[in-house]
Structure formats: C-alpha cells, structure tokens
Ligand binder design. Structure first.
Ligand SMILES: Cc1cc2nc3c(=O)[nH]c(=O)nc-3n(C[C@H](O)[C@H](O)[C@H](O)COP(=O)(O)O)c2cc1C
Length: 308
C-alpha cells in the first residue's frame, strides 16, 4: 500500500484541505456553483468583490473571448457587503467543510475600511482578499495597487480594522511586482495573491468600435499564464509571507507549475467559464498527479523549481 497523500497547505493560518481555490469574480458568491461543484472538495473559494454599496457594474458588452484568453470589464458589479452577510452567508454557513474568503474593493481607503468593518460582523468568513488591482473601473483599486505609497496606506488602514487574515491581491500592471509584494508585506499583509488581470483591449475592424464598452478591459486565461508564473516567482522570492498564484490555470500541471514557482496555493478563474466544473476536476487531477509520482505531501513542492 502506498503512503497516504497530504494535499493540505496552510495560508496565513488558514488550513486548506488542498491548494485549489476558486478565484473572485468567476465563482459568484459560491452558492451559484453549489449544484455543479462539490464545494467541500475545494481548498476554498473567493466570492465576487464586495463594496460598501451595491454596484451595477459597467454597461455591456463586458466580455470578449480572445485567442487563449478572455477580456472582461464587469466593473465590480456586486450586491454590497451588507446584502452578502444577509442573503448569501447564512446559506454558505450551512454547508459543511468549506472555506469562504471575501474579496473587497473600494474607491477610497475609507471604502475598504468600511466594507471590512461590515464583513467583520459576519460569521464564517475565513479571510479577506483585498483587491487593489481591478483595472476595470475608474477607481476600482488599481491606483492603490500600482503606486507603492498608496498600497502601503490602504493595506495599513485595512490591517488595523480587519479581524481576519488579510490577503492582498496584487496588480500585474506594475513595473516591479517584487517591490509591490514587499511593500504589501511590510504594510501588514498576511499573504499575497497574484495576478489580477492585465489591462488590455480589442477593436472590431468592421465597426471600428472597441469590443468592450469600457474600451479597456482585463485579460485573463491561459494567454497570461507564463507571465503570471514569472510574477509569482518574483513575488515569492521578495517576501516571507505565503503567495497564492493565479493566471490562466486550467490543468493539474498548471497548479504544480505555480507551486514550483513559489505559490503555496492557487486560484482558478477563467477556466470556470468554459467548464463550470473546472475547479473540482483540477482538484482530482492534482491528487492523481501526486499519487502517480508517489508524493506524500504536496506542500513539499512549494518553491521547488530546480535550476539544474
Ligand atoms: C469575469 C471576471 C471577473 C472578475 N472579478 C474579479 C473581482 O471581483 N475581484 C478580483 O479581485 N478579481 C476579479 N477577477 C480576476 C480573477 O479573480 C483572476 O485574478 C484573473 O482572472 C486571473 O486568473 P484566471 O486567468 O484564472 O482567470 C475577475 C476575472 C474575471 C474573468
């Protein structure tokens, strides 16, 4: 009999049964996926970005499929933090053995602070993921995530009020991801997650109009994976806190690649758009991958890239 396989990892004190987390904005509030994904099989999931007030998001068209990727400019549509506590969380709390993380964004530091204060009152949230990196609204956070001083200010402010571990989600639209990772750590982040989407755009040659009403949008999916792997590698080498890697993951091998680059856990986003069961299938795939190689602890892979 082969030895038991331990797929668990620890991110900022949160025990995850495996390193696979569904990414914010691609998994609704979790409840929408209840009938297609066995939620308790996932390491966890991050709900759609929440703000103080509900938001309707950007006008359509908001999605466009590219070669090996997707453009989106949803514009952070959400029901608001209070409605999340009242309408979604009670149901999620009835589900056993799941890890729910709340993604948070704001227009100003005070918005992040207020949203966190509202969420502090809810039971059953494992961590906060601070979105300082959305490229799709005029003030959707990216200004915090692309300037070291603003990043420091928002993380320091939120850290003071957050009653749960704080994951800071970094923007890839920066010159030095290592610098931003370090700043987030020094300002109090308990973990980092990266990458959010890359600012991009597409134009219809016939109509000469932008494919996305917002004109610019965020690029995600397999097209960004190699850049995301490099950024996770750079960030993981710049900090001591755990890094959650994402960007184009769609297979078990992709998960392993991010872990070898230094990720403690990973998130799956766009893959759920073409296969709503992707997250669960990837958990199965990772387990099989490890078993075939007689691994006993997936955590041993973290940062394990061999140069020679
Ligand atoms: C339609 C859509 C909506 C998203 N909404 C959010 C969001 O609300 N908050 C956030 O932090 N990231 C959001 N993201 C970014 C994803 O969580 C993820 O960082 C990004 O898509 C890269 O991963 P992927 O290539 O696996 O999709 C969104 C992505 C997509 C495609």
């Amino acid at each position: 009999m082969s030895p038991a396989l331990d797929l668990s990892v620890n991110v900022a004190g949160i025990h995850l049964k495996n390193p696979i987390i569904a990414a914010s904005g691609t998994f609704g509030y979790g409840v929408e996926f209840e009938d297609v994904v066995e939620l308790s099989k996932l390491g966890g999931f991050v709900v759609k970005g929440l703000s103080v007030e509900p938001m309707i998001g950007n006008p359509p068209p908001r999605l466009w499929e590219t070669a090996a990727g997707m453009l989106n400019a949803i514009g952070l549509q959400n029901i608001g933090a209070q409605a999340f506590l009242e309408e979604k969380l009670p149901h999620l709390r009835q589900l056993k053995n799941i890890v729910v993380m709340a993604n948070v964004f704001g227009y100003a530091r005070e918005d992040y602070e207020r949203t966190i204060e509202i969420l502090n009152e809810g039971e059953g949230i494992a961590a906060y993921e601070l979105n300082v990196s959305c490229p799709n609204t005029a003030h959707g956070g990216i200004q915090f995530g692309s300037d070291p001083r603003s990043l420091d200010e928002v993380v320091t402010t939120v850290k003071r009020v957050a009653r749960r571990p704080l994951i800071v989600k970094l923007s890839p639209n920066v010159t030095s991801i290592a610098q931003m990772a370090y700043v987030a750590q020094e300002s109090g982040a308990d973990a980092l997650s990266l990458v959010n989407t890359f600012v991009a755009m597409a134009i219809d040659p016939e109509t000469r109009k932008p494919r996305i009403a917002n004109v610019t949008a965020g690029l995600s999916g397999p097209a960004i994976k190699p850049i995301a792997v490099r950024m996770v590698y750079d960030a993981a080498h710049a900090v001591k806190i755990p890094v959650i890697g994402m960007g184009g993951i769609s297979t078990a091998e992709d998960v392993i690649e991010f872990m070898l680059a230094g990720a403690t856990a990973v998130q799956i986003g766009t893959a759920s758009y073409w296969d709503p069961c992707a997250t669960e299938k990837i958990v199965d795939g990772v387990e099989q991958w490890c078993k075939e190689r007689h691994l006993t602890r997936i955590a041993d892979l973290i940062g394990g890239m061999q140069l020679e």
